[in-house]
Design a protein around this ligand. Structure first.
Ligand code: ADP
Ligand code: ZN
Ligand code: ZN
Length: 681
């Protein structure tokens, strides 16, 4: 039999076994000096020639039924599309305890993790007060009808402005699948979005027999919890699986519908190991299983919009807000000729003051955590830099009551931390000053401007402790906070009932990033954060401070004009041949010396050039270049971008190329990885 193992080697591995074993079965096999769990992928009718030299399977694991064919097909597709060995896709996709030999062999294994987890009583579902369902408005009703009418597979792009009630559409679509006995996979970008959604799913889905059985899956779960949720879904007991990107690899025997909420969100992309897009795999899976896929967003990715415009996807629109509130009014405050106070324009300060007086909440969005982006010497211009990376260090205020106002420099790339120097390392001057602003400093200034206001900050630092994000959001929802300061963590999903004003600081920083997707990301982020304003209160307002109000991104934002922005951006991408009009793959190399990384990429480029010529494929091969942050933790990094207008050509060349890379790396101390459809280049 042929077994997939989680080792960085291409191909499958031959083992023999006394009795016949079904494809999809997990087995323990010897590998070198180790023992590993693998998945049986092929059972050839003709046994391999030299049976004697082939090692025997040690143990056939029968605690689970074999992994089903559709799961194997998804893993097979992902392995092929993302150019990874099958075992490196399959095994990491399983909960950790199902792929650890120690969970099955050894003194404490007690029949394996599945049997142990069965002995634990399933947690009784908490009774939830059922929310009354609102009557659908005509656009929602039309969307629900159109989704219900789909026979077999179709991908739907549900484009609904923020607050248009996409969740209602998801709930109705899901409910009708449940009533036919199907399962629903509901993907969300991040788990900080799920508390409200989870509540709605629990209270709204189900029938006279009770609420629908819901399993929740994300990377923050303890191993045992994750295994139980996975088993619940795989056995068909869970009717709804709500989870982050990794949930895409959960076997769901009666899957009838996949929903991908906020489909444009970059969190659907796994950034290490198998670099998959859960959104893209969801579309593939829907097609494979012959079921509808609903991609929802107020700001769809340009890829999805392009498919919808061409009729590949069915486009359904919710153009109005569901409640009796208007979309917030957006104001661009031109900061070029304004005297700012600590980064705040008079307009924004006035607006904050007015909301405070009315007892309404405000949100200040600044996508930069820490106190200040750098510490700088006022006499010679020295700037704090990470000794291990080609990056500046960010000034942070230590948190916690005991810390006082102690400051530290943090590197956001490698985690390096140090106290700030007492004097400038270059000129000895002691006048070192923070330059620019991060969330901590903004919070501090707000407290000075509005001493009576209750202010909270939500960013990766303030929410490090498990459960603290939920606590902070609960305070906001309970009306215990007047002004919320936050990074993109606060931009998404939340339905704040009393939030009237959103202020955006420092958006321009994202405007001129080199990445061609920067304007798309900025637009989505601003639309999302703007969408938090005035969802329930009238007169919602958004103030964006910018030095470049004439930029297309801001002009489109002003008019809530996603379609216009998408049309403009797609035309631009088409004219220069960027995705979605071209397909890309990125080979990244890491070495102690930049020259080595570049040399390897140069050789790899030559190999690919020859291969492409041999098979007559037209590829655009760029020159190897250093990454923008070239050194991280003393490792130098470079990249090679490969592009084609024809996806199958690119795929075919990549498949021939990957096996040739070890040869190109020979004699070099270099690590490399390939990313197909990279999001950031
Ligand atoms: P979206 O996800 O599109 O931003 P939500 O699904 O969060 O919007 O809905 C926004 C608000 O409108 C929620 O408070 C929701 O309960 C409410 N809502 C949705 N549909 C309706 C409706 N048909 N009538 C009244 N309120 C609705
Ligand atoms: Zn100096
Ligand atoms: Zn660093």
């Amino acid at each position: 039999m042929r077994v997939a193992l989680d080792v960085p080697l291409p191909g499958l591995f031959d083992y023999r076994c006394e009795h016949s074993v079904a494809v999809g079965t997990r087995v323990i096999v010897p590998f070198g000096r180790r023992h590993m769990i693998g998945v049986v992928v092929e059972t050839p009718a003709e046994p391999a020639l030299d049976q004697a030299s082939i090692k025997a399977v040690e143990q056939v694991l029968d605690d689970l039924p074999p992994l089903p064919a559709d799961w194997l097909a998804l893993a097979g597709f992902a392995a092929q599309y993302y150019q990874r060995p099958l075992g490196e896709v399959m095994l990491p996709a399983l909960p950790a305890s199902l792929r650890k030999v120690s969970a099955y062999q050894g003194p404490r294994s007690a029949g394996g993790p599945v049997r142990r987890s069965d002995k634990r009583r399933a947690a009784a579902p908490a009774t939830v007060a059922s929310e009354p369902a609102p009557n659908l408005n005509p656009q929602q009703a039309e969307a629900v009808r159109a989704i219900a009418a789909i026979q077999g597979h179709r991908t739907v792009l549900l484009h609904g402005v923020t607050g248009s009630g996409k969740t209602e559409v998801y709930l109705h679509a899901a409910q009708s699948v449940l009533e036919r006995g199907g399962q629903v996979l509901f993907l969300v970008p991040e788990i900080n979005l799920t508390p409200q959604l989870e509540q709605s799913l629990r209270s709204r889905l189900g029938g006279p027999e009770g609420p629908a059985a819901l399993a929740v899956l994300h990377s923050g779960l303890a191993e045992g919890e994750r295994l139980r949720a996975w088993l619940h879904a795989q056995r068909g007991q869970a009717q709804v699986l709500l989870g982050t990107r990794l949930s895409i690899f959960t076997p769901l025997p009666r899957l009838g519908l996949i929903i991908v909420d906020e489909e444009h969100d970059a969190s659907y992309k796994q950034q290490d190991g198998l670099r998959y897009s859960a959104r893209d795999l969801a579309v593939w899976l829907g097609r494979d299983r012959g079921i509808p896929v609903v991609l929802g967003s107020a700001t769809p990715s340009l890829e999805s919009w392009y498919h919808a415009e061409r009729g590949h996807y069915l486009k359904l629109s919710l153009a109005q807000r569901a409640r009796e509130v208007e979309l917030p009014k957006i104001r661009l405050v031109d900061t070029r000729r304004l005297a700012l106070q600590q980064g705040f324009s008079p307009q924004l300060l006035d607006a904050l003051g007015a909301r405070l007086e009315h007892g309404e909440q405000s949100l200040i969005f600044i996508n930069r955590r820490g106190y200040a982006p750098v510490l700088s010497c006022s006499s010679c211009g020295w700037i704090s830099q990470c000794p291990r990376c080609s990056a500046y260090t960010v000034l942070h205020r230590a948190s916690g009551r005991m810390a006082g106002h102690r400051q530290r420099l943090h590197c956001h790339h490698c985690g390096y931390q140090a106290p700030p120097p007492a004097a400038c390392p270059d000129c000895g001057d002691q006048d070192l000053r923070p330059m620019g602003r991060g969330t901590q400093r903004v919070e501090e200034h707000l407290a000075e401007f509005f001493p009576q206001a209750r202010i909270a900050r939500i960013d990766a630092d303030s929410t490090r402790r498990k459960g603290s994000a939920a606590e902070l959001f609960a305070q906001v929802h309970a009306g215990q906070i007047d002004i919320l300061v936050g990074t993109q963590m606060v931009a998404k999903g939340h339905d704040f009932t009393n939030l009237g004003l959103v202020g955006v600081l420092n958006a321009d920083a994202m405007l001129f990033a080199h990445d061609f997707r920067a304007p798309e990301r900025l637009f989505a982020q601003l639309m999302q954060v703007a969408g938090r304003a005035g969802r329930h209160v009238r007169g919602g307002e958004v103030i964006v401070q910018t030095d470049y109000p004439e930029q297309p991104v801001y002009q489109a934002l002003l008019r809530h004009n996603y379609a216009g922005f998408a049309q403009y951006s797609l035309a631009e991408r088409e004219s220069i041949g960027l995705p979605p009009y071209a397909y890309q793959a990125l080979l990244t190399a890491e070495a102690r010396e930049l020259a080595v990384a570049l040399e390897f990429l140069g050789r790899a480029r030559k190999v690919l050039q020859d291969l492409a010529a041999d098979c007559g494929a037209s590829l655009a091969l760029y020159d190897p270049i250093p990454l923008r942050v070239v050194r991280v933790a003393n490792i130098e990094r470079a990249q090679l971008l490969v592009e084609s207008r024809h996806r199958p050509s690119l795929q075919a060349c990549l498949a021939l190329w990957m096996p040739r890379l070890p040869e190109a790396a020979e004699g070099m101390r270099v690590r490399y990885q390939l990313e197909v459809d990279p999001l950031e280049i």
